[in-house]
Design a protein around this ligand. Structure first.
Ligand code: TXA
Ligand code: MG
Length: 330
């Protein structure tokens, strides 16, 4: 299959493909998603096949606005209304109870709930509103590989397997959306992202819990990604927590390093990847860095800078910990 690249003017072509049950990757402010018509069970199943993803991991339902979402939920609780008003379109995914019979089991993994998201991207807004129905939208990468932050990353992983990719340039945030579960007694963040539990709590005016990844419903991990290997390049990743530790590492042809510019300046390594000048930029560049070293066969170890401060550091460390399988440099 030829994988076509679409620009803004060609979005009607992409809509027609989705309507036929084909797969089209789409841009968002977080990472690129892999789109299929959410009400078409066969199309949804082919998403799992293209990604090589276990089919018990439920998918996000991506909508163009709150009204579209209302057709697929049993009710919109007051909390959801508040969060939607404040954060949509934007990088916040909300878990609500599904209106029975409106979404195939292939989307929900058989759960009574589904994850709803309304991305802040003009092209994707036109795509979904043109379709008139939601699309499922897992990240458009091969399962276990870093999520894609450019159309080129998507093309690298999925060329020949999907009908098209809508290219709207590099994504802005670079880490996936915050997921908050509103189907439980207390609002609970299942996956950290740019929007923090504190910000959600401020809008709701109540306590918000942070899930540490132990709860499961029907064997489906409640904290996304806990059950499967994630974001991993082929060489092992080691987290470097303290800046001064970079000087203790033996650099050679087989080592790669991704860190802020101020750290890289002091290191004599042949394989450097800049995470930029700030922690926000590092979040934006993390997946690109992991992908870069994944493509370099000679690299046998990848050292990546860790952070313990800054609003986005929880989301950044969550992804980096998974890529490193929890391994730190000491
Ligand atoms: O930023 C994002 O959210 C990106 C862009 C493309 O929108 N999408 C994304 O999708 O990260 P995905 O499929 O890679 O991650 C969605 C996560 C899954 O790990 C899944 O476990 C969780 O959401 N999830 C989906 N439905 C759920 C549910 N009903 N209950 C708990 N977790 C759920
Ligand atoms: Mg993913």
């Amino acid at each position: 299959m030829e994988t076509k690249i679409f620009n803004k003017e060609q979005i009607p072509e992409a809509v027609a493909l989705l309507r036929k049950g084909e797969l089209v990757a789409f841009p968002t402010e977080t990472v690129y998603g892999l789109g299929a018509l959410a009400t078409n069970e066969k199309a949804v199943k082919s998403v799992y096949a293209a990604k090589g993803r276990p089919s018990d991991n439920p998918l996000i339902v991506t909508v163009s606005d709150e009204q579209m979402m209302e057709n697929y939920v049993s009710e919109v609780p007051e909390r959801a209304k508040k969060l939607i008003k404040h954060f949509w379109p934007g990088p916040l995914t909300i878990i609500l109870f599904v209106k029975e019979g409106t979404l195939p089991d292939a989307v929900t993994g058989g759960l009574p709930t589904a994850a709803f998201r309304c991305p802040n991207d003009d092209m994707t807004h036109d795509l979904i509103s043109g379709l008139g129905k939601p699309i499922v939208g897992p990240s458009a990468n091969t399962s276990t590989k870093p999520s894609p932050t450019t159309a080129e990353h998507v093309f690298h992983d999925l060329k020949g397997k999907i009908a098209g990719i809508i290219d709207n340039g590099p994504t802005e945030i670079g880490l996936e959306s915050t997921i908050v579960d509103l189907s439980v007694e207390k609002p609970t963040v299942l996956r950290p992202g740019e929007i923090t539990p504190e910000e959600i709590s401020a809008v709701l005016g109540e306590e918000v819990l942070m899930n540490r990844g132990t709860t499961q419903t029907k064997g489906v991990p409640k904290a996304p990604g806990m059950k499967y290997r994630h974001y991993a390049p082929s060489a092992p990743v080691l987290i470097v927590d303290k800046e001064e530790d970079f000087s203790k590492i033996q650099w050679d042809d087989e080592t790669g390093v991704a860190a802020l510019d101020e750290v890289l300046e002091k290191i004599d390594s042949p394989n450097k990847y800049s995470l930029g000048k700030t922690i926000d930029k590092a979040a934006h560049n993390l997946f690109g860095a992991l992908r870069y070293f994944d493509g370099e066969d000679k690299i046998k170890r990848i050292y990546v800078q860790g952070f313990d401060h800054g609003a986005i550091s929880a989301a950044y460390m969550n992804r980096l910990n998974k890529a490193a399988a929890g391994h730190h440099f000491h």
